[in-house]
Design a protein around this ligand. Structure first.
Ligand SMILES: Cc1cc2nc3c(=O)[nH]c(=O)nc-3n(C[C@H](O)[C@H](O)[C@H](O)COP(=O)(O)O)c2cc1C
Length: 268
């Protein structure tokens, strides 16, 4: 997870944990290894194996510890910036994003990404952008809004209705990674790029598969590990149910090419 290419910079490495000194040591080790441009602290992860060790969003209900974790890491890695990712709170009844964000700002966190759901919501329901907007009102470091950004309309709307300084895209990165190129164009000069044609999608998918194979010592392993990515790519494609069944079986680059050819044939 620490491997990246120079052209991907600026990059941040995200860590989670609840032991301030160990986390600070981990952050310093990461900086020694790969010189990231910033460290990000994950106070938003709802996954049980993280939360039960008091990591991720568990710290949203222990703000004194969250403060110690954040301040210890900030001090340990200065002048490398440390950012943080939070959710709105643990539950609907205990929403505390504004106070959590204020604490993080007070200990020197450089920017805060806010996912507009609670830990209890997981990924269900819709992100509460009003609550994200309120965080952006109360802190002066940049707020990065996160939740349900799927298209340019969402991007335009969220920038127009809130004071967020950036947006973070989660699941759409897996189904429609070209959204980043579209967003870049739109934000740079307001122009709208067309959705990729189905042929373009397949050529992107095949390129991703080739890159995965090139990075791995086993084509079989790389392609079977790609299946989850392929499922995500197939979302929204015509005939996606059939396509998913086929993609679940692929084990080589040629298998993926064959599925692509059959799919394109079926549409012509
Ligand atoms: C499979 C999966 C893995 C994720 N892993 C992380 C993670 O490691 N760190 C993190 O901050 N968020 C992680 N997230 C959460 C996303 O960053 C994001 O906050 C969430 O999906 C909401 O944004 P979206 O509606 O654009 O997907 C993950 C989400 C998914 C679906």
């Amino acid at each position: 997870m620490l491997e990246f290419l120079p052209e991907e910079r600026p990059i941040g490495v995200q860590l989670f944990g609840a032991e301030p000194d160990r986390l600070a040591d981990a952050a310093k080790a990461v900086i020694d290894w790969v010189q990231p441009d910033f460290i990000d602290l994950n106070f938003g992860c709802p996954v049980n194996k993280v939360v039960c060790k008091h990591g991720g969003s568990a710290l949203l209900r222990d703000c004194p510890l969250l403060e110690r974790v954040a301040s210890t890491v900030v001090r340990a890695v200065a002048p490398i910036p440390v950012t943080a990712k939070i959710r709105l709170g643990w539950s609907q009844e205990t929403i505390n994003a504004k106070s959590t964000a204020a604490i993080l700002e007070s200990v020197g966190i450089a920017a805060i990404a806010v996912h507009g759901r609670t830990k209890e919501q997981g990924y269900s329901g819709v992100a509460d952008w009003q609550a994200i907007a309120e965080v952006a009102e109360v802190i002066s470091i940049p707020t990065i809004g996160n939740g349900d950004i799927h298209d340019i309309d969402d991007i335009a709307r969220r920038f127009a209705m809130t004071k967020v300084r950036g947006l973070m895209i989660g699941r759409a990165a897996m189904t429609a990674p070209w959204l980043f190129a579209k967003a870049k164009q739109f934000l740079e000069n307001g122009s709208l790029v067309h959705e990729p044609l189905i042929e373009e999608r397949w050529s992107h998918i095949l390129r991703h598969c080739r890159m995965a194979v090139a990075e791995s010592s086993s084509e079989h392993h790389a392609i079977t590990a790609m299946r989850a990515r392929l499922m995500a790519y197939s979302k929204g494609m015509p005939g996606s149910r059939m396509l998913r069944a086929e993609l679940q079986q692929v084990a080589s680059l040629q298998d993926v090419r064959d599925v692509a050819d059959r799919h394109l044939d079926s549409l012509s």
